[in-house]
Design a protein around this ligand. Structure first.
Ligand code: SAH
Length: 382
């Protein structure tokens, strides 16, 4: 018998249910454990967004699931493509709030940059998301949902709508290969939901990503960093260092640096229990005239030298109303040179999707920056 329909808010969202949780839940319906495997395969390997699509379940089973549970897919409000191939997705959550995810194709990988909060807890002065203030944390299913939603767009492109997700296709090919939590928000301010989402992304019957292919970026919430590093996910950690003195860091990252000044942050990085052959990545946003001098570079080498790390330099991505400027290429190269000479692995991040405000620090779900219609051409893309 099909149970009575619950209201949408009473329904249980099974999107981040791990296999044991799914097994326990189908058990409450009197179903055998293999049903949980079927469900997990539909949810994560085939990207199903409704129970109707689960064609190897009987009609009664599908209606039972639909009466009690939901998958709550995110709505794609708009998609924009940059001249360099980077794509930005504006996604709507069930309460109407919006977030952005960015898909970055590179030669050997396809990275999805996902959001962890609507707005952000922090107030870093060089980041557009900070202007939006925190509206709320995302739940685990909304974090995993970003990967599934974009993955599904990719499947549709390859297979044509309707024939997507052939069962033989592994979940991560030919689609997203890497996930970075570097979109809107401070992931470690939402650690419980982020951890649950990461576990689901790495579970073999979840999305099946290797934890090596997932990176969480933090502005430096030290206690949560320790918890994350000792936690169950084994994903990579990036730390947004961005300054070499507390004076500058206090000015550009006021909330986080007053809570956890540089010495505390670096001590936590030094003590990090890293898996073999893994590093911490320090991100360093280069702001012209603020933190980009050769003296800064020398101080940076001293600060990070005792830590198993690499440094990723991010030339500032400008946005309307931003008080900062991107340094010249010559300044950026000179800064990198100092690190390289000190035998520190230092890379420059290619700024991708700047023409559609999809690059680091340019994400915002404010209607002002994102007209709620699908546009190919952005107002700033002149
Ligand atoms: N809150 C997290 C993750 C989001 S930001 C964090 O702070 O790490 C991801 C990266 O983009 C961070 O390293 C951040 O310092 C950088 N960033 C923010 N705004 C930027 C901008 N306008 N230009 C370049 N990088 C920026």
């Amino acid at each position: 018998m099909i149970p009575q329909q619950l209201t949408p808010t009473e329904k249980i969202n099974i999107l981040t249910f791990s296999l044991p949780k799914l097994t326990a839940w189908v058990g409450t319906l009197g179903w055998k454990p293999y049903r949980a495997k079927q469900l997990a395969t539909w949810l994560y390997a085939k990207g199903a967004q409704s129970f109707d699509e689960m064609t190897d379940l009987s009609k009664v089973a599908r209606e039972t699931l639909a009466a009690l549970a939901t998958i709550w897919p995110l709505q794609i409000v708009s998609q924009q493509k940059s001249l360099d191939g980077t794509e930005k997705f504006l996604l709507q959550l069930s309460d109407g709030k919006r977030i952005e995810s960015v898909l970055i194709p590179e030669e050997d990988r396809l990275t999805l940059c996902v959001s962890s909060q609507v707005g952000c807890t922090l107030d870093c002065s060089f980041c557009l998301t900070a202007q939006q203030k925190l509206q709320r944390n995302l739940s685990a299913h909304e974090i995993v949902g970003q990967v599934l939603t974009v993955q599904r767009v990719l499947f549709d492109r390859i297979n044509g709508e309707g024939t997507r997700c052939r069962p033989s296709q592994p979940a991560t090919y030919p689609g997203i290969t890497n996930v970075v939590l570097m979109g809107m928000g401070e992931p470690l301010a939402n650690l419980t939901q982020v951890t649950e989402a990461l576990l689901q992304m790495t579970a073999p019957l979840g999305l099946g990503f290797s934890p090596r292919r997932i990176t969480v970026s933090t502005a430096g919430l030290v206690p949560q960093m320790r918890e994350f590093l000792n936690g169950p996910t084994r994903a990579n950690l990036s730390v947004s260092l961005n300054a070499t003195t507390n004076r500058v860091r206090d000015a550009i990252m006021p909330t986080v640096n007053r809570l956890y000044p540089l010495d505390q942050l670096l001590a936590a990085c030094k003590e990090a229990p890293l898996p073999k052959r893994r590093n911490i990545t320090f991100e360093y946003v280069l702001l012209s005239g603020i933190n980009d001098t050769p003296e800064d570079a020398v101080r940076l080498t001293r600060l990070v030298a005792p830590i198993r790390c690499k440094v990723n330099l991010i030339p500032f991505n400008e946005f309307q109303s931003s008080p900062y400027r991107r340094p010249s290429d010559a300044t950026i190269f000179k800064f990198q040179e100092v690190l390289l000479r000190a035998k520190i692995t230092a890379t420059r991040r290619k700024s991708r999707g700047r023409d559609i405000l999809a690059a680091c620090g340019q994400l915002s779900s404010l209607a002002f920056h994102n007209p709620p219609i699908s546009v190919e051409h952005n107002a700033y893309d002149t």
